[in-house]
Design a protein. Structure first.
Length: 89
């Protein structure tokens, strides 16, 4: 992978991380989750840290690991939103 490709992958992951953080933020706001020990708030902090790690990453493997965290978090948020929607229907 060239330096350009690596940098481009970092940029794409930054956007993906921002999207996941946005989804988590809106879920927290809509659910009025204030307790810092709540699992959603802990997940938010973990994804925030992973997003910061993107620019420190030196290998493709590190970027793949970060992307896996984003995908897992996105899946979790999607499931929580679906459950919330089914409760209100």
């Amino acid at each position: 992978m060239t330096a350009y490709d690596f940098s481009l992958r970092q940029e794409v992951l930054l956007e993906k991380g921002a999207s996941v953080l946005s989804d988590l933020f809106h879920y927290r706001q809509n659910s009025q989750l204030k307790d810092r020990a709540h699992p959603v708030n802990i997940l938010y902090k973990q994804i925030w840290a992973a997003k910061q790690d993107i620019l420190r990453a030196k290998t493709e493997a590190e970027l793949e690991q970060i992307e896996g965290k984003f995908e897992l978090a996105h899946s979790i948020v999607s499931s929580m939103e679906a459950q919330s929607a089914s409760r209100t229907s």
